[in-house]
Write a new protein. Structure first.
Length: 349
């Protein structure tokens, strides 16, 4: 990010600080302090991409977060959302995809500091040791985690979440058996490999067009506690505790400070498209314990040719942007805008 942008954002944050303090004081008293969930992908000092943050940059952010926020697990986020009560500044740290380089610095650092972390992985890349299509498009061959890595992550006390088997664009999937294969199969593989509960799911790419009401319902039925998007937004107490909004772990600490301290322009707004708002609230929470280690009949009935077709679907997918009309965002954008849309935060991968 340019120095000019950094200065503008910092100036805006400082200028809006009185408003932020007032709102924070009210939320603390009412127990309705919104929860922020950050998502990162890869912490490394080589091959920088839009979804990479340097080791020093990540350490700087974690230092700042640890100093100013209570850092929560996704289970705790879910619990507080269910109770509808949170009386303090709270942030959760998550990772998507599963890059081997995270083992070198980021994850051991979090484990050593006993900071909770949800690590969402796509199992086919771990089991087959193949590269992510979005990296190969850039000519990069970035190693995914191994099963051994995941076992170490579990030993360190960090949490493992599901991110589909093949990292496909769920928004393009209409076959319920394929959804069960991707959402339920990923979970079952992780449970069988690691023997730990896998109760949280994150949609690949994470924009509002990268999932459907049908996919949300399948995830509910499979017994996940939460599904996460990646198009920005805060988790307001009283919102559906099943559907978690996440904010991009941007490499710029200035931008993170602005977002995580609850940017006044976004705190009262919900960026969901209408269909998603409806999907989130039409069904009651229906939790069931996950005890079935075997595929469902319908999931077994769907067998892929998927690896090639789904991957090719995914490779054509680009970073999307969520729409939220009437919000001035020009100061803060760093991703290309789509026609007719205002980009909110940044996209997932
Ligand atoms: Zn991803």
């Amino acid at each position: 990010m340019s120095l000019k942008s950094e200065i503008l954002i910092e100036a805006y944050r400082l200028a809006s600080q009185p408003w932020r303090w007032l709102r924070q004081w009210r939320w603390t008293r009412s127990g309705r302090y919104p929860i922020v969930v950050l998502f990162y992908h890869r912490v490394a000092d080589t091959n920088p991409t839009d979804w990479t943050i340097s080791r020093a940059g990540f350490a700087q952010q974690v230092d700042w977060l640890q100093k100013h926020f209570e850092l929560l697990s996704m289970d705790e986020v879910h619990q507080r959302m269910r109770k509808g009560y949170n009386d303090r500044p709270s942030v959760a740290i998550t990772f998507d995809d599963g890059y081997a380089e995270n083992m070198d610095y980021a994850l051991p650092m979090l484990a050593e500091r006993k900071i909770p972390c949800m690590y969402y992985v796509s199992t086919s890349f771990i089991l087959n040791q193949t590269y992510f299509p979005h990296d190969e498009q850039l000519g990069l061959q970035l190693q995914p985690n191994s099963v051994r890595d995941l076992k170490r992550i579990v030993q360190w006390g960090l949490d493992i979440g599901a991110h589909t088997r093949t990292h496909l664009d769920i928004g393009k999937v209409t076959d319920v058996q394929q959804l069960e294969y991707e959402l339920g199969g990923c979970r079952r593989e992780l449970i069988n490999l690691l023997n730990v509960p896998v109760e949280h799911f994150a949609f690949p790419y994470g924009q509002s067009h990268n999932f459907t009401a049908q996919a949300i319902e399948v995830a509910r039925r499979l017994g996940y506690k939460t599904v996460s998007a990646a198009y920005g937004g805060y988790n307001h107490l009283g919102d559906d505790p099943f559907f978690i909004q996440r904010v991009h772990g941007d490499p710029s600490l200035t931008r993170i400070k602005n977002w995580v301290t609850l940017d006044p322009r976004w705190t009262g707004l919900h960026p969901d498209p209408a269909w998603l708002s409806a999907a989130k609230h039409t069904t009651a929470e229906a939790f069931r314990p996950w005890s079935d280690a075997n595929p469902t009949a319908s999931e077994e009935a769907w067998r892929p040719t998927l690896t090639s077709s789904a991957s090719s679907t995914a490779t054509t997918e680009t970073c999307g942007t969520a729409t939220r009309s009437a919000i001035p965002t020009s100061l803060f954008e760093h991703s290309p805008q789509q026609p007719g849309s205002n980009s909110v935060f940044i996209s997932g991968r």
